[in-house]
Design a protein around this ligand. Structure first.
Ligand SMILES: [Mg+2]
Ligand SMILES: [Zn+2]
Length: 176
C-alpha cells in the first residue's frame, strides 16, 4: 500500500482566481512546488482532487481542465523534475446549466467518490496519508476517508474550531 499527499487544486496548488482554466492564469501557491518535491522524495503519491463545477455551469469544458492540468504538470516538471501522479476532477453541480453534468453526484466534495477512485487505482492507505484543502467541504471529504493528517490552508488565518483539522497559513508548515 502507498501513502499519498492529496491536494485540493484551486487555493492549494494555484491561486484561486475563481474558475481558473487558462494557462495564463496559473500562479503557484508559495511553497507548493517544494512540498511536492519533498513528498515525492519521501515516496508519497501526489494526487490532486478538485471540484470543477465551472463545467456544469457552462464556463469551460472538460478538455480545458485537462489542458490546464497538463500545463500544471509541465510547469512542475520543468521546475522541480516531478509532476502529479494523478488528478481527478468533478465536473458536476446540481444547479448547473449543462444538462449532462447538472445533478447531485457522488464525487463533488464533500462526497468521497474521487478519493475512493484514487485509493483503488493507486493503492493508497489513507491512514498514512495527508490532505491539504482550503474549504470546509474539502476537509469533510478527507475526514470521511480517515486521512491521517488534514491541513486547512488559509493565508487569512481562518480556523474551523472544534475540528481536528490543522490550520496553517503557509504551505511550509506541512509536515510529511
Ligand atoms: Mg480550493
Ligand atoms: Zn461529481
Amino acid at each position: 500500500m502507498n501513502k499519498a499527499l492529496f491536494l485540493d487544486r484551486d487555493g492549494v496548488i494555484n491561486i484561486d482566481k475563481k474558475y481558473v482554466h487558462k494557462s495564463k492564469d496559473l500562479i503557484f501557491i508559495d511553497g507548493i512546488k517544494e512540498l511536492i518535491k519533498s513528498a515525492k522524495l519521501r515516496s508519497y503519491k501526489i494526487i490532486c482532487i478538485t471540484n470543477q463545477s465551472g463545467i456544469a455551469r457552462g464556463l469551460y469544458q472538460e478538455k480545458d481542465v485537462k489542458s490546464f492540468m497538463n500545463y500544471i504538470n509541465q510547469s512542475l516538471l520543468n521546475s522541480i523534475g516531478y509532476e502529479l501522479d494523478k488528478y481527478y476532477f468533478c465536473p458536476h453541480h446540481p444547479d448547473g446549466i449543462v444538462k449532462k453534468y447538472s445533478y447531485k453526484c457522488d464525487c463533488r466534495k464533500p462526497a468521497t467518490g474521487l478519493f475512493k477512485k484514487a485509493c483503488n487505482e493507486l493503492k493508497i492507505d489513507c491512514t498514512k496519508s495527508i490532505f491539504i484543502g482550503d474549504k470546509l467541504s474539502d476537509l469533510q471529504a478527507a475526514e470521511s476517508m480517515n486521512i491521517k493528517r488534514i491541513y486547512f490552508y488559509s493565508p487569512a488565518n481562518i480556523i474551523y474550531k472544534e475540528k481536528r483539522y490543522i490550520p496553517i497559513n503557509s504551505i511550509e508548515k506541512v509536515k510529511l
